[in-house]
Design a binder for this molecule. Structure first.
Ligand code: ARG
Length: 838
């Protein structure tokens, strides 16, 4: 065919031509005789025809492809739309979270009107709108503008300093990753900075778009979303009460049926007054504030920085506390059950704590000074001044406190009261005994300021005059507690000074066995044969006057035998000394040979044996060993206060107690914790009163008695003299530099060190502390052992007593720096007060 020839002659002209060439390859060629024009036309026509034919042939395939493409595109578009919708409505919401802040400030120079008390009044709404607008514009122009969502004004109250106190919520919406960009400090700084920039003159009031805000009153705290929703306007669980007339008591009763979850009562009182809340009784299940609690705030919103007091334990004797200004918030969390709160509140006029006291010349107590609003708890903020006037320059003022002590201030802040006495600064601390503070000046001025973060114990002191040249009466000795004791009481083995200052640095009393004069009380009936005649250990069960060195029987009678408790012999007439002695009697199985045990050394320790220390407990915080403890009963453990006293460590839900364990991870029983009872006088600065009780949620099963057993508590009179050997146990580090904790429970033998020697090493050792170690330092406790036991036996084969609780030390295993333990014998009453039936 001509076309074919033509095309082959043309070579490759275009794609169509190529296609044609292949499709006609086998067609025979005829010679053409028509003219060129006709030929061209023909060629064109044929080409078109062929193309059309070809297209016709391909069509079904093309249709399918198109359809597929079309479907793919449609599906793709649908998926994209769905995904976007999903992202907008679900994921975007989830990946953003609301961060809630509760805040307050004082708007100065604005007159408070009673309508502001009602959030639905038009006056409230217009004032709230104005403030809301100002806060919003501050944050909208700040670095967190994109995250800021809204401000809600919750309360307007009158204020003792004048103006209106505003409480508000602020809500930020933050993508998860940006969390820290709305930190509490940043949010509060934004507001403070804006006020700061507008401060006029030298006052603390700045003008935020015309709103006079007192910069010193600004407080912003991170809050919980649940608090926001439960205190929101219109919430069923918010009550507002007002005390307009001072000194009139308004009853306040709350029953758990009232709401179940969190409910609030907002108290306000007339300006110039403060609010006193009296809790007469509060029936709840103690749970460390986890389940049932009453939190009292010094504000109208639940702000962390304004907590006045938390009631986590049932109250049976009345306790009262006072706010710093005329607002108070009660936040009740009561779980199901028969929970009852009974109390009252009243407005009190602010106390002007300023006193001029003229003392008479004669001896004896002249009067009493007390903390403000005593016996109410010490407020969070207060200031008192007492100006004394003495009749003669030879006299000074002696202040005798019940359970409080003044000490020269060091570099740290005062936690329980700041004192300025004649220009010298002291810090106050609570102690469990009386002290006397003497001021050798004729007209001293004493200034006291509250400095606790929340309400604390009240104090009182009797004042009297004293002779500055001779503080103690004739024949008396001056203790470092300020008390005066008769000279003959020095080194008599009894703690007359209440801080052992009369028993410190005494030479070892001579053992005068032959003479007719009485033997030193230290040697009498201490369980050791000090006189060869044995006269120091006879008639030990004879009744004697009760003192720190005698054993007190259940019927109140006292006997000479110091370590009568659970020694296997009935010593008391009523046999009470051998009652409740199912403790401290392990039955170790000697599965590990002693030679193998000595291989692995800790700070001078060796592997313990299975069942050897059945009272030893491992306390795990967030799944990690953090402290030790000892079992006292099937429900109670004892440990160190410092293990649980920081905020983050105080939540019992974060802890587990591993009992009956030799190797970490192989506990016979793992128990949840109900609550901690940390000693109320625990002092985080010097580790004084470093003791805490731990209550388990459930008692451990008695079938485990073979592996878990309580240790015996010592009697208050128990004495183990210097050199007595005891054991410290735990899974703590094996040296100061150690990075890996041992798996096997370690034990190390240490000797009791005298208080004088320990004071020589450390200086500040309180009577509640006890030292134990070895001179080389080779045997010691270390980090991780805290709270664990120092177990002592009166004699081999006898029962084991909890003589100490691992508390602190300088480093670990250093020569002449022994381990310091909490002296358990000093806390027997305290323990029994919290654990009845022990
Ligand atoms: N405080 C430590 C703890 O938390 C115990 C330190 C005991 N130190 C000593 N050298 N004994 O585990």
């Amino acid at each position: 065919m001509e076309t074919a020839r033509e095309e082959s002659a043309q070579g490759s002209e275009d794609d169509a031509a190529q296609e044609d060439a292949t499709s006609v390859a086998d067609v025979s060629v005829e010679v053409a005789t028509v003219d060129a024009t006709l030929n061209k036309l023909c060629r064109r026509y044929n080409r078109r025809r062929r193309r059309a034919k070809k297209i016709k042939k391909k069509n079904p395939i093309l249709d399918l492809q198109n359809l597929a493409i079309l479907i793919t595109v449609v599906v793709f578009v649908i998926v994209v739309i769905m995904w976007s919708l999903l992202w907008v409505f679900i994921f975007r919401r989830e990946s953003n979270s609301g961060v809630y802040f509760a805040g307050m400030f004082r708007v100065a120079n604005v007159e408070f009107i009673p309508e502001y008390r009602h959030a639905d009044s038009s006056e409230f709404v217009s004032m709230a709108n104005r403030i809301q607008h100002v806060i919003t514009s501050v944050y909208r122009t700040s670095s967190v503008s994109r995250l800021y969502k809204q401000t809600v004004i919750s309360d307007l109250s009158n204020n003792n300093q004048g103006g209106v106190l505003v409480h508000f919520w602020m809500i930020f919406v933050v993508p998860h990753l940006k969390g820290p960009s709305v930190c509490e400090d940043c949010v509060s700084a934004i507001l403070k900075d804006s006020v700061h920039m507008s401060l006029k003159n030298r006052s603390s009031v700045g003008f935020l778009q015309g709103l006079p805000v007192d910069i010193d009153s600004i407080l912003v705290n991170v809050a919980l979303r649940s608090d926001y929703s439960s205190t929101a306007v219109g919430s069923q669980c918010v009550d507002k009460l007002y005390a307009g007339v001072p000194d009139v008591s308004i009853p306040l009763n709350v029953f758990s049926s009232w709401g179940g979850l969190s409910c609030y009562i907002k108290l306000t009182s007339a300006p110039g007054s403060v609010i006193r809340l009296t809790v007469k009784s509060f029936r709840i299940d103690p749970s460390d504030c986890v389940y049932d609690a009453l939190t009292v705030y010094d504000s109208l919103l639940p702000m962390r920085g304004m907590i006045l007091f938390r009631f986590c334990e049932p109250v049976s004797a009345p306790i009262s506390l006072v706010s710093t200004s005329n607002v108070m918030l009660l936040s009740f969390r009561l779980t199901q059950g028969n929970k009852i709160f009974q109390g009252l509140f009243q407005a009190l006029m602010e106390e002007q704590c300023m006193n001029m006291i003229a003392l008479p010349a004669g001896p004896g107590d002249a009067g009493v000074i007390t903390s403000p609003f005593n016996p109410s708890l010490l407020p969070r903020q207060c200031s008192c001044t007492w100006m004394f006037q003495m009749p003669s320059s030879a006299l000074g003022v002696a202040l005798r406190f019940q359970n409080y002590m003044l000490k020269l201030k060091d570099l740290q802040n005062c936690e329980h009261g700041w004192w300025k006495v004649n220009e010298i600064i002291y810090c106050g601390n609570y102690v469990d005994h009386s002290t006397v503070f003497r001021i050798p000046a004729q007209n001293p001025e004493v200034v006291f300021r509250c400095s606790s973060r929340s309400a604390a114990q009240p104090f009182s002191a009797t004042y009297s005059s004293y002779n500055t040249s001779q503080p103690c009466p004739e024949g008396h000795f001056l203790c470092s507690t300020g008390l005066c004791v008769e000279k003959f009481r020095r080194c008599d083995g009894l703690d007359d000074c209440q801080d052992e200052s009369d028993e410190i640095f005494c030479s070892k009393p001579p053992k005068i066995c032959e003479s007719s004069s009485p033997l030193h009380p230290l040697y009498i009936c201490n369980g050791e044969m000090d006189c060869s005649s044995g006269k120091d250990e006879i008639n030990c069960t004879q009744e004697t006057s009760c003192s720190g060195v005698s054993y007190q029987c259940g019927n109140g009678a006292c006997i000479l035998k110091k370590n009568a408790k659970c020694d296997g012999l009935p010593d008391c007439y009523d046999r009470s000394d051998e009652k409740d002695c199912a403790c401290g009697n392990p039955t170790p199985s000697k599965r590990v040979s002693d030679s193998a045990a000595t291989q692995q050394r800790i700070v001078g320790g060796i592997n313990a044996l299975e069942g050897e220390w059945p009272w030893q407990v491992s306390m795990h915080f967030s799944g990690q060993l953090y402290c030790g403890a000892s079992a006292l009963s099937d429900e109670w453990l004892i440990s160190a206060a410092h293990c649980f006293s920081k905020e983050r460590l105080a939540d019992p839900r974060m802890w587990m107690a591993h009992l009956g364990m030799l190797n970490q991870g192989n506990a016979k029983h793992v128990a949840e914790i109900r609550r901690f009872v940390v000693h109320e006088y625990y002092n985080a600065r010097n580790f004084d009163y470093d003791i805490a009780l731990v209550q388990l949620k459930k008692a451990w099963p008695s079938s485990l008695a073979q592996y878990i057993q309580p240790i015996c508590l010592p009697a208050p009179s128990q004495t183990f003299t210097e050199g007595h050997r005891c054991w410290v146990t735990g899974w703590g580090y094996r040296s100061e530099q150690d990075k890996v904790l041992p798996t096997v429970l370690q034990k190390a033998e240490v000797s009791i060190i005298s208080q004088s020697e320990c004071k020589r090493s450390y200086g500040a050792i309180s009577p509640r502390m006890l030292c134990a170690g070895v001179p080389s330092g080779e045997q010691d406790a270390c980090r991780g052992d805290s709270g664990g036991p120092l177990s002592c036996q009166a004699h081999s084969g006898g029962r084991w007593f909890l003589t100490g609780i691992v508390s602190w030390g300088s480093g670990c295993g250093r020569p002449n720096l022994p381990g310091v333990y909490t002296r358990v014998a000093k806390f027997i009453d305290w323990i029994q007060r919290h654990i009845q039936n022990l």
